[in-house]
Design a protein around this ligand. Structure first.
Ligand code: ZN
Length: 283
């Protein structure tokens, strides 16, 4: 993807190098210790509490970690990808008489606190509907290259586009409805609903890819890279990688073949109405 010089999104929250949770707890303990000392010394604790400096890393302060140029470039790249996703969804929503609320992309290292709870980098990139943010530890791209053999910048773009697809589902009320349904059905049926949700996010990622193509910034091989990523992180492939065998009932993302096909459908049609994975009789 020819991304250099393209607009970068301002909806990026860089939390790399900040420790999640621990720091906030430490700060809290520190204040309590100061408070106890203050009480022992007979000072007015209210005055002292106001002087306790708030922990900068707990509230989005300066990152002290040295930046590595490769990762800085990656950050700029995801900034452009997010901006493109804003363009496509602002467009699609306004064409349908709706207003798109842009999500925030949070970059983190190792673990992160979200409205959906604490998450480690091991879970991979994810979207949290509670705070409308997409979370990614950029080291996941290393894993995508090495473990899943899906290299290339458009493979990386696909990952963001898929998570933004979950945001779109959230705004449209789809994820909420699925969530409510999942509470009432068996685990197997709940998994099947998850698969449909995931395949729709892939469809939306395909729509994103089509938009980028129409902008003329795609390069040869980009779509193949995205398809490779979609196929590499299908549940069947992940299960084969981790357990050596495939258990269809436990699929929550769809098979590699299904992910490919729905991504491709979004790319070929660019039409949101074609992406109703919930009423599709066969996936
Ligand atoms: Zn997903």
């Amino acid at each position: 993807m020819r991304w250099r010089g393209e607009r970068q999104s301002s909806n990026i929250e860089d939390r790399r190098g900040m420790s999640a949770g621990k720091v906030a707890v430490g700060g809290g303990l520190g204040s309590i210790v100061i408070l106890i000392i203050a009480l022992l010394l007979g000072a007015d604790p209210r005055q002292l509490l106001e002087q306790v400096p708030t922990d900068p890393s707990a509230g989005g302060g300066q990152v002290s970690r040295p930046t590595n140029p490769e990762e800085e470039e990656l950050k700029q790249f995801v900034g452009v990808v997010l901006a493109k996703s804003e363009d496509v969804w602002n467009n699609v929503f306004s064409q349908n008489g709706r207003q798109y609320r842009e999500p925030t992309l949070v970059l983190f290292t190792d673990r992160v606190q979200s409205a959906c709870g604490m998450a480690g980098a091991a879970v991979g990139p994810f979207y949290c509907p509670g705070d409308e943010k997409v979370y990614i530890d950029l080291s996941f791209y290393e894993e995508l290259r090495r473990r899943f053999q899906a290299p290339g910048d458009f493979a990386q773009a696909y990952v963001i586009a898929h998570e933004v697809g979950h945001h779109v589902q959230n705004l449209l009320g789809i994820s909420g409805r699925v969530d409510a349904m999942q509470r009432r059905v068996s685990e197997v049926e709940a998994n099947q609903l998850s698969v449909r949700l995931e395949l729709q996010a892939d469809f939306f990622a395909g729509m994103f890819a089509r938009y980028v193509r129409d902008q003329g910034v795609l390069e040869a091989g980009d779509i193949e890279e995205a398809l490779q990523a979609a196929s590499a992180i299908g549940d069947d492939n992940i299960q084969r990688q981790t357990t050596g065998y495939v258990v269809p009932d436990s699929f929550t993302h769809g098979t590699s073949e299904q992910r490919l096909r729905w991504f491709k459908k979004g790319y070929d049609t660019g039409d949101m109405r074609q992406g109703d994975t919930f009423s599709a009789s066969s996936l």
